[in-house]
Design a protein around this ligand. Sequence first.
Ligand SMILES: C[S@@+](CC[C@H](N)C(=O)[O-])C[C@H]1O[C@@H](n2cnc3c(N)ncnc32)[C@H](O)[C@@H]1O
Length: 254
Amino acid sequence: MAEANAVSESSSDPFNVAYWQKRWEENQIGFHRTQINPFLLKHIELVTGQKLTAEPIGDTDKFLENSKKTWFVPLCGKTMDIPYLLSQGFRVFGLEAAKLAIEALDQEHSLCLVYNEETKLFTGADGLLQIYMGDLFTCPIEKFGPFDYVWDRGSFVALEYPFRSSYIELMQRALKKSDGSWYDFKYLMDSVQYDKSKYGGPPRSVDDIDIDEFYKPWSSVQLVETEALPEDNRVAKLVGGEVLCRIYFITPPK
Ligand SMILES: C[S@@+](CC[C@H](N)C(=O)[O-])C[C@H]1O[C@@H](n2cnc3c(N)ncnc32)[C@H](O)[C@@H]1O
């Protein structure tokens, strides 16, 4: 079964930016969640070392302390997780090709974003949020990092299988210091795993072999949660079989 019937991926659009832009234009955004991601809430302590709730942080000192840390949210769409992370005091650097998604995020959360055509950056009034508008694969990400934390939901799994090594190359540039050594990053990834012969994606399956090939050669990887999606879940219906939601915690190599 193909997702988003009217829009299809095309070989003339190498990184599928036009495909995703059309999905936003046609409001085919079944991936968007209207709640803060429960796995982010559950594992944010592992990443940040702090017990944080869904409520905005009340303690001004903690808010100010958190503003020294930046979350990279690749392929961010208009995720609710961005206003959530901002409400905890963190800086957020988003990356998204679809202008419509960024404008919707701005309007829905009154972020007052201002766009700079030269830098391709949308910036919030308090400077805590920046979103680079453009293609992931041409973004000079090393100019904006290295990042303390990464929240990858609907990002690695959104890409076509042949683009995965380019994505990993970008992530490495985002997480290395200018001298080429690893920054002390903490990276949380929400992925799905299913029988690839049943469905072509998106979202695309991430199995143990993929983790061995793409993440383990350059990082320490811990599987922190596995949960089977209910049969009536959107992705389980697309796949037509069992789908496991798997959460990985990724840190620099030991
Ligand atoms: C599956 S959605 C996930 C959005 C968000 N992370 C969430 O959880 O709701 C993937 C997003 O990546 C964007 N995208 C896809 N390919 C991209 C690319 N090559 N460069 C930048 N953004 C891209 C799409 O426009 C879309 O908003």
